[in-house]
Design a protein around this ligand. Sequence first.
Ligand SMILES: N=c1c2ncn([C@@H]3O[C@H](COP(=O)(O)OP(=O)(O)OP(=O)(O)O)[C@@H](O)[C@H]3O)c2ncn1[C@@H]1O[C@H](COP(=O)(O)O)[C@@H](O)[C@H]1O
Length: 109
Amino acid sequence: MATLTRRAAERPSGSYTTKLLDGGAAAIGAKIREEAEELIEAAAESGQDGRNHTVYEAGDLIYHTLVMLAWRGISLDEVAAELARREGTSGLAEKAARNSDQDQSRTQP
Ligand SMILES: N=c1c2ncn([C@@H]3O[C@H](COP(=O)(O)OP(=O)(O)OP(=O)(O)O)[C@@H](O)[C@H]3O)c2ncn1[C@@H]1O[C@H](COP(=O)(O)O)[C@@H](O)[C@H]1O
C-alpha cells in the first residue's frame, strides 16, 4: 500500500500502477470487475490447482482494489476502521436495521 500511495503521488513512467491510476476510476474499476470474475471462476475449480489459482486471482483482485483506494487517497487504516466499526454486527442484523429504517422513512411524511 505504501508503494501504491507513492505511485499515486509520483506517477513514475514505466509503472503498471501509474497506467491504471492515470485511467482513473473507470480504468481501475474495469480491472476490478474483470479480476472479480476471474476469482469467481477460479474458486469454482476443484483440487489443488483450483486452490492455487484462487489464491493467484485473489491477489490480483486485492491489488487492484488497493490501487482504487490509492487513487481515492484512502488509507488501509480507514478501511480497517470501517471494518472495526462493523465488528460484532451480523450482516443479517445490519440488513434488517437498514430495511426497517427504509420502511420508517416511507411511512413518515
Ligand atoms: N501486486 C501487484 C500486482 N498484482 C497484479 N499486478 C498486475 O496486474 C495485471 C493483472 O492483469 P491481467 O491478469 O489481466 O494481465 P494483463 O492482461 O497483462 O493486464 P491488462 O494489460 O489487460 O491490464 C498484470 O499486469 C499484473 O502484473 C500487479 N502489479 C503490481 N503489483 C505491485 O505493485 C508494485 C508496483 O508496481 P508498478 O507500479 O507496476 O511498478 C509492484 O512492485 C507489486 O508489489
